[in-house]
Design a protein around this ligand. Structure first.
Ligand SMILES: [Ca+2]
Length: 160
């Protein structure tokens, strides 16, 4: 009799155990889904943080805004101090890109006479040749003054 009761109890226990295992399995399945969702969310958060760090690091270090270079000179962000590099000075000026000064081309004497030279910001021009002499008008920028010189020649009107 005892044995029968024992097996009966055992059967109930097994049923109960199986029932609990099924519930446990369901919970495990739900947990697995939850974890999968969590992993996705973590990846999203990680990406957001990375993007945030990128913009966060760039914003205060954006040394090119406002442009610290001379007017019209390109600014490039740099990892080295001071955090930017400037392009070359505009034609007709010289300097380090932050400070550019007009080149006085007249010091190179590109014109027929020193008085004929007019220095301008970023360039120079020559006044017309003196009376009786002929030559093309000349104007230029920076180093043009070295290679281009104003020629004023005496045209012998008697020949023509
Ligand atoms: Ca000049």
């Amino acid at each position: 009799v005892n044995g029968d009761v024992g097996s009966l109890l055992g059967g109930d226990h097994t049923k109960a155990l199986i029932g609990q295992l099924i519930i446990f399995n369901q919970i495990l399945g739900e947990l697995r889904l939850d974890i999968r969702e969590q992993v996705k969310e973590m990846a999203l958060i990680r990406n957001s943080i990375l993007e945030c760090q990128v913009c966060g690091f760039h914003e205060p270090r954006s040394r090119c805004s406002p442009n610290p270079c001379y007017k019209g000179v390109a600014c490039l962000e740099s990892l080295q101090y001071p955090g930017f590099t400037c392009g070359a000075c505009p034609p007709g000026t010289s300097g380090n890109g932050t400070h550019c000064e007009d080149i006085d081309e007249c010091s190179l004497q590109p014109c027929f006479s020193p008085e004929a030279c007019v220095n301008t910001v970023g360039g120079f021009s020559c006044r017309p040749c003196p009376p009786g002499l002929w030559g093309a008008p000349l104007a230029g920028t920076g180093l043009d003054a070295k290679t281009h010189r104003q020629e004023c020649v005496d045209v012998d009107e008697c020949v023509e």
